[in-house]
Design a protein around this ligand. Structure first.
Ligand SMILES: [Zn+2]
Length: 167
């Protein structure tokens, strides 16, 4: 335990995502868009852990992850735990859980899928396999692997950027 603490400094305020599957920290940061944050982040990759031989860990200072981000992390790394820290103390700790059906969070990139039509239909994916992750769109039945996931929150942001450029 002591050794682990020395490797990654404690933060006074912010979020700690722990027990991430080894090697997935950067994927999580990238797919959730957390990597666009301007806050200080400490990332530990392949940190030795008692529970799972090695793990990744992410500490983000001064930011409390929101519900959507926690749900996204549950999809990318179902073993992860998220702690919110204030004054060096854990004020909230959550163990994320992968749902069997993922609604609204993920986009189907198949342009002919009904979820991409003008109909107001929320996306829905069935979790076929947890590890390695495999999900299937319930509408067009297209299957996605973890690396292919596009979160809806990211699309919204990109749209905003495009709007700004157009102005
Ligand atoms: Zn689809």
């Amino acid at each position: 335990m002591l050794e682990e603490k020395l490797k990654i400094d404690k933060i006074s305020k912010g979020s700690v995502i722990d027990h991430i599957d080894a090697g997935y920290a950067l994927t999580i940061l990238n797919l959730t868009g957390i990597d666009e944050s301007k806050n200080l982040m400490t990332i530990g990759v392949n940190v030795s852990s008692k529970k799972y031989t090695t793990k990744d860990i992410i500490k983000i200072e001064n930011v409390f992850l929101n519900e959507t981000q926690m749900q996204q992390i549950s999809i990318l790394s179902p073993n992860a735990t998220i702690s919110l820290i204030e004054n060096y103390k854990v004020i909230e700790k959550k163990k994320v859980k992968l749902p069997q059906i993922i609604k609204k969070l993920i986009l189907c990139i198949n342009q002919t899928c009904i979820s991409n039509s003008d109909e107001p239909i929320d996306t829905e994916f069935l979790v076929l396999e947890e590890k390695p992750l495999k999900i299937q769109c319930v509408y067009c039945e297209r299957i996605y692997k973890l690396e292919e996931i596009v979160f809806t929150s990211k699309e919204k942001k990109e749209k905003k950027v495009i709007q700004r450029i157009n102005l």
